[in-house]
Design a protein around this ligand. Structure first.
Ligand code: GLP
Length: 250
């Protein structure tokens, strides 16, 4: 019997440093918006995308891209936290991107983490994205444990927007954002399946601290243990942009 091998792998672009990674990722976002000004997009939080946010906002100020029609969907948020909380991922995205880039607030879609029925609300958010025609572009960071958005290890390839328990590793990372205040131990995240349905997927990572998890995500067999590895199920639409340090173990 002849076995069938999956020959295609995601495109991997290795650039010298984090600044070049940010520029490349920003160019992907602005190219999408030039083609489709009302595109539905989702961008990550964390420290990795900050340079990308700045580049996109600068392009908007230079008149190189119009951000007045973009629909921006939040990808993850701590349960019980919202844009009104200083330490939330939503407020980080607001302060570091939405406001400086001049994106209309009515085009900023936030996760319903305060809803009395978070499970039903998560399903509605998923349906809202589907009703918008799905995501045209997602840009993802990667957690040290391989999470994408907040799809922690154990997340299935077909998972949808839902509430998830955060791992000790992610809680330790969140400690930095919350600076001594109690960290919520659950989050709402769009699912791996939601991400895989996007028309185009970019994953960005920089620094030596991401080298081992990038090796696992791209070179070990796909597995729920490393949720980012699921992106290889859709290699034709995935581009991974790494600086040299993050690509060192590939
Ligand atoms: C965060 C977010 C993820 C992000 C990841 C990496 O807390 N939940 O969406 O991609 O962890 O963060 P960093 O870029 O700071 O390494």
């Amino acid at each position: 019997m002849v076995g069938v091998m999956r020959m295609t792998e995601p495109e991997i672009i290795v650039v010298p440093d984090a600044a070049a990674m940010s520029q490349h990722a920003a160019d992907e976002v602005t190219a999408t918006l030039r083609r489709k000004p009302g595109a539905a997009i989702s961008l990550p939080t964390g420290s990795t995308p900050e340079g990308m946010y700045d580049q996109i906002a600068q392009s908007a100020r230079n008149g190189e891209v119009d951000l007045s029609q973009v629909q921006l969907y939040c990808m993850d948020e701590y349960l019980g936290k919202s844009g009104n909380d200083d330490n939330s991922l939503t407020s980080l995205l607001l302060k570091h991107f939405v406001v400086p880039a001049g994106i209309p607030l009515e085009h900023f879609h936030t996760l319903p983490t305060l809803d009395p029925d978070v499970h039903a609300a998560a399903e509605r958010y998923e349906n809202e994205i589907a009703a918008a025609g799905g995501l045209d572009l997602v840009v993802l960071g990667i957690g040290g444990n391989g999470h994408i958005a907040y799809n922690e290890p154990g997340s299935a390839a077909g998972s949808r927007t839902r509430v998830i328990d955060l791992t000790p590793e992610s809680l330790a990372q969140a400690d930095d954002y919350f600076a001594g205040k109690p960290v919520p131990d659950k989050a709402m995240t769009i699912g791996v399946g939601t991400l895989l349905d996007a028309k185009r997927i970019i994953l960005i990572a920089s620094g030596a601290g991401k080298a081992e998890i990038m090796r696992q995500a791209l070179r070990e067999p796909m597995s729920a243990d490393v949720p980012a590895s699921w992106l290889r199920l859709a290699p034709e639409k995935v581009t991974v942009i790494l600086d040299e340090a993050a690509a060192a173990l590939l």
